[in-house]
Design a protein around this ligand. Structure first.
Ligand SMILES: NC(=O)c1ccc[n+]([C@@H]2O[C@H](COP(=O)([O-])OP(=O)(O)OC[C@H]3O[C@@H](n4cnc5c(N)ncnc54)[C@H](OP(=O)(O)O)[C@@H]3O)[C@@H](O)[C@H]2O)c1
Length: 259
């Protein structure tokens, strides 16, 4: 799937300062895609690394995505600097709070939803006119937790990702010119997993926690490379038939996007 695209293709990537989002941005900026990227996150350091590595191709928007002005600024920056938007990867998300429903803190739950879901809706509202024009693509980073109920204590995160899947489905029917796909990147060796191992052990079922700790200890936890390859290829090339669908990055339906 390594096809060159129009050199002026423009993508917004949220959560591009580290982990999966950083890797997706790198792949979009590198040859043969060689696109321009508006990279969004709170920490400037990770975004500055991208700008340094790909001079002239990156515009950074530093801000909290749960403040809807950040998404608006990303859309405005893409249009004012590069003139269009070919696709958006909605990758930024948090895992906190992990807690049973009986003990949940509703305000923390709402904060997670502001980051993992409402920020996407708000950014899309601004971006849809431009995505219609470009017949663009929206890639939503989801999770197996969006439908699996064995993720004890993960109601906030899991339900936000279920909303993300539903958003792809609704976008697909409401916006025939836009292709929207939701992708589970699998368990990856990132800060999010580190946070789970170091901060959330007491709030999860022990077998789930022990599994996540064991794959790190044994070195079998996957790096971000394969899901980042699939997601970057999809935001460039995803066909209409995939619109509205949710797939795991390593599912047979997405096999052709793995390299
Ligand atoms: N890691 C896994 O095992 C796993 C499994 C399934 C799905 N996922 C999904 O994969 C995606 C990437 O996760 P990851 O593992 O790469 O996590 P990560 O290493 O924690 O990175 C998360 C990214 O989101 C950004 N972010 C978080 N809160 C933000 C906010 N309020 N405003 C702006 N940016 C914010 C972070 O940047 P700043 O902190 O600089 O703002 C960072 O760039 C997420 O959607 C996650 O749900 C991960």
């Amino acid at each position: 799937m390594k096809m060159a695209v129009n050199e002026s293709s423009v993508f917004i990537v949220t959560g591009a300062s580290r982990g999966l989002g950083f890797n997706i941005a790198e792949k979009l900026l590198s040859a043969p895609i060689s696109a321009n990227v508006v990279a969004v996150a709170r920490s400037q350091i990770g975004l500055a690394k991208l700008s340094k590595k790909f001079p002239g191709q990156v515009e950074s928007v530093v801000g909290d995505i749960s403040d809807y002005k950040t998404g608006s600024k990303a859309v405005k920056t893409a249009i004012e600097t590069f003139g269009k938007i070919n696709g958006i990867v909605f990758n930024a998300a948090v895992i906190h709070p992990i807690s049973t429903i009986a003990e949940t803190d509703i305000n923390e739950f709402k904060k997670l939803f502001d980051i993992n879901f409402f920020s996407i809706l708000a950014t899309l509202k601004d971006a849809i006119p431009y995505l219609r024009q470009s017949k663009g693509r929206v890639l939503l980073v989801s999770s197996e937790a969006s439908y699996e109920s064995h993720f004890y204590g993960w109601e906030a995160y899991g339900s936000s990702k279920a909303c993300v899947n539903h958003l792809a489905a609704t976008l697909a029917v409401e916006e025939p010119d836009i292709t929207a796909v939701s992708v589970d990147p699998g368990v990856m060796d990132t800060s999010m997993q580190e946070e789970i191992r170091t901060q959330h052990g007491g709030s999860m079922r022990s077998d789930h926690y022990e599994y996540l700790a064991k794959i790190k200890e044994e070195g079998t936890i996957e790096p971000t490379n394969a899901p980042a390859t699939v997601i970057s290829n999809l935001v460039v090339h995803a066909p209409k038939e995939l619109s509205g669908k949710y797939h795991a990055f390593n599912s047979p339906e997405l096999a052709q996007y793995l390299n």
